[in-house]
Design a protein around this ligand. Sequence first.
Ligand code: SF4
Ligand code: SF4
Length: 423
Amino acid sequence: MEKTNYFDKSFYICEAQADKYTHIIIYPMKTKRVNRRDFFRLSATAGVSAIVVPGAAAAARTGLLSGNESEIPVRTLGRTGVKLPILSMGVMRADNPNVVRAAYNSGIFHFDTAHGYQNGKNEEMLGKFFTGKARDSFFIATKGKFDYPLKEDFEETYGKLMDLSLQRLNMDHVDLFYTHALDKVEEVKDERVIAVLKKFKEEGKTRFIGFSAHAGKPELLDAAVETGVYDVILLSYNFKLSNLKETEDAIARAAKAGIGLVAMKTMTGGTEDAAGKKKINAEACLKWAWKNEHITTAIPGFSNYDELEECLAAARNPELTSGEQEYLASLCGQEMLYCQQCGKCRTQCPEHLPIPDIMRAYMYAYGYKYSRMSKETLAELELSPDICSNCETCQVTCPSGFDVSAKIAAITPVMQVPNEFLT
Ligand code: SF4
Ligand code: SF4
């Protein structure tokens, strides 16, 4: 019998028996995200797919997946040769292992986490969930961040970071390890970084190596091609990119060089308005990203059953309709929550504030409604408490039309909010 013990007193626990599996379904009392209808729908889903999907997921790894076994198309992740469904799970926001279970049972195979997500609890949750499951029935990616320029003890501290991630995940290796959030060409090409990544691979701690990049900088992809060592790049890719043509050209060059491409930030912040009030059409966003055949898979950060279902609906019918195309086109000229991470504001700001990262934190809180991640992101920036106080007027003119100082004023108070009050 498979059991999860990942619950606390705020949850009700229900059980749904399915042939040889017992699923413990936990749903929160405090929110209305899962209602009675959702519960029965999920129970039914778990019962059916538990029998079918683990085998299908394992088959996907070896390239045997046929259209009859899973309704989600698969693509090959560059030179790794690994076949992945076009829909993966960005686990970042998820803290309910039963959403992970529902994704796994629905044929999702690739789960993306990071060392820093939820202060390590995200990796721990996945470690508990995957314990006892066939190692070839899932593909796990994690990420580790480092400060640049590198400190003297970089190799040692980064090695410890990797070991701690493996310990939390309760695995002897991950499938993919990314250096997290690279922003400069010299970071991608840094010999010390490359040497550590190669060592992780040689030691069998990861099968493949890559990097993630929030910034829409095509030059990072070209730098990766030049090094010849990165197997996969996790990049921001969406219909709002201001340098879409340059990005797609660089994606094509990277794909030609055998690098696997994974898309994030496909939902451009989760809402279609700058105030963060109107949810974006997630299906349209995902289908748009999958139109690019070089994108192997996308990692939307769904954290509840409704969001998962929306993503699954897109993956099972990934053709972008003309209506969806028109909808996305109508959003192109509109100010939304998505910061292009172009960095133009950094040079304009006399304090050289890490504005792109602060805008990302803003998006997490106002778009994803995930204020904890927002606080964590800001904490990493070590901002002074009197940020912006030396300016009478903000010097920054953002090409996306962001009122940068207003957004900074709106998000930095989250740093003072105790964690128990955050979403
Ligand atoms: S705030 Fe504006 S200028 Fe700064 S990185 Fe974002 S889009 Fe670029
Ligand atoms: S008000 Fe604008 S220019 Fe001044 S420190 Fe803040 S972001 Fe920089």
